[in-house]
Design a protein around this ligand. Structure first.
Ligand SMILES: [Zn+2]
Length: 212
């Protein structure tokens, strides 16, 4: 998927989170691998070669970096390291996971097919449709706009309804995430959301003391 779509798809679900900025950084990180490949084709390959030719002769290390950054294996390893060093930032890895999930169906079988379990295997990938297609891009941005509009509408409704609000699947996922990542260390809401959330703290598994 294109650079801006990756950022927007991660921004929408994480924009109220304390780890929002880190999630955005993780959403951009995999395509640093692509940036290096572009820099290689522009500056480090012989001057008179075409892009296609430069790609044929590209040193394997550039592709390795690209594949490693688009692999769940790497996300897992980084997750273990974060768990030890900065557990507060673990949920931000969702930005990286969303990036890979979006790239799996929207890269054609080619040099850049998403090898999502690399280096365990470079043969496991899907025959997707390239995002670099006007129809796919149009549908993608339409979906972004619709999801964003829905999220804003939902938040307005939630604010308006107060105690009447029935927790929906998004609330359930937030609670599950907070439960997994220990709410005490990772408050997932800013002050405004926090007060909203307190009003609905009657879910199964909820415990008033643990909030915040
Ligand atoms: Zn990518």
């Amino acid at each position: 998927m294109d650079f801006f779509s990756h950022i927007l798809w991660v921004h929408i679900p994480t924009r109220n989170k304390l780890w929002h900025d880190e999630a955005l950084i993780f959403s951009m990180l995999p395509d640093v691998g692509f940036l290096l490949i572009m820099l290689y084709s522009m500056f480090w390959s012989p001057m008179d070669t075409s892009y296609a030719e430069a790609m044929r002769n590209i040193p394997q290390v550039f592709l390795d970096i690209y594949f490693i950054l688009h692999s769940f294996v790497t996300v897992f390893i980084v997750g273990v390291i974060l768990w030890k060093l900065k557990p507060r930032l673990l949920p931000a890895l969702s930005g990286w996971i969303i990036h890979i999930l979006l790239d799996i169906p929207f890269h054609e079988t080619s040099m850049f097919a998403t090898r999502f379990i690399y280096p365990l295997s470079s043969e496991v990938y899907f025959q997707g449709i390239s995002w670099n297609n006007v129809l796919i891009l149009a549908l993608n941005y339409l979906a972004i706009a619709l999801v964003y509009a829905y999220m804003i509408h939902r938040e307005n409704m939630k604010q308006k309804m107060g105690d009447e609000w029935e927790p929906d699947i998004i609330d359930e996922l937030n609670h599950l995430g907070a439960y997994i990542f220990n709410r005490k260390r990772i408050p997932a809401f800013n002050g405004k959301r926090y007060s909203l959330r307190r009003a609905h703290s009657g879910l199964p598994g909820e415990d008033e003391k643990g909030t915040g």
